[in-house]
Design a protein around this ligand. Sequence first.
Ligand SMILES: [Zn+2]
Length: 466
Amino acid sequence: MSNCYLCVHGHFYQPSRINPFTGETPPEPEAAPYANWNERITAECYAPNAQPGPGETGSNFERISFNLGGTLAHWLDKHAHDTYEFIVAAERSYWETHGTSNGLAQPVHHTILPLARRRDKYCQIRWGIASFEHRFGHRPEGMWIPEMAVDYETLEIMVEEGILFTILSGEQVRGDQGAGAGPYRAPLPNGEEITVFLRDAELSNSLSFNMPQVAHMEEWLREQMDWRCRMGGLQIIATDGETFGHHHRQGVEVLSYILQAGQTHGYELTTLGSYLQHHPPLIDIEILENTAWSCSHRLNRWTVGCDCTPGDSRWKGALRRALDNLACEIDWIYVQEAQRLGAAPWPLRDGYIAVFLGQMDEQSFLQEHDLGHIKKEDAQRLLWLLKAQFHRQRMYASCTFFFADFDRTEPRYAIANSIQAMALIHYATGNDLSHGFRRDLKIVVSENTGQSGADVLDQILEQAEL
Ligand SMILES: [Zn+2]
């Protein structure tokens, strides 16, 4: 019996790129011959990893650990339903065989949680847990944190919501890492604790950024796995799921190869939940707050800019300020209205994901929250304000701030969601928040094209009226 274990974790995620006004994905010519990136990545990665290969009984999804982002899961469910069903079935089969899941939940909108206020952390984490439960039929044990961006408040809330473990990168913790990938015990300021696994950054990156061809996999395994296996314990490869087939064409076969080569190379496949069943954490570590796996400059990549992206990054801080000011206005209006109707605004918002997931209609949702008696106009107003909250959460997808320049699809998408939220506020209350937002967006300027946030706002408004 081997005492070396390998867990391959894939973070499968695409931000939503639908036009919030039409609900459709605009054509993405760069994704040709497919109509858009989601279709192309499904063909290259999601579908072949989800379906059993020729002559095989199980798929890659049945043997890896994974998280499936809410926006991607929603798209797959609607547009690539067979692939979606294969993924759900893979998790179910794992759950039934092992008594634990190989899936992790993910906060729905891929928000950089340390930058979010406390109530928004609750919202994203609760929505993520509810989405997982909706798709897989049971509560999650682990949660993937967007960009592994971590602070203690986020971890405390995750634990409060029943999450047992997460994955970070070795450079995000301080202390004895003698147990390799762990698990470790991270004591939290509130007296609770969470279990933390540490991914092997070098091993993971050797696939993400330097993936060998299938013909060279024996050599790769000898070089990368054999010495690690001699040390025993757990090894974790954690990377974007799209590495396997989209970023690297050979990725599906390479992944299958790794998943089948354990006997020859002395490792046993496992997942985080399975490993934890037999290996409780024994060593304490300290979390380095406000760090992430994809930027070594604290969280500057998503706030003021850093050397991860070249050029003038001042737009990032300016855009965040514009979104924060708008969010503050949207929240204030929502709180007033919810309280006027006798509802607790934030638990009501946390529960609203059930409507988005299609678990209940709006009327049943209001009844469940003791609001079945309110007048029809009040109900309509409150539902518009809740929908505005959904779009206001979406403004903060991490990719909005991830890249070098402002004049790209991702920031434009954040502004489109802002407009949608403002429109709903306008229907509900007659308030027009666009003047203040335009004022703040004038300061957001692209170094490449000179376009300002206000220009983008006007362009989207013009398109929306067509
Ligand atoms: Zn950076």
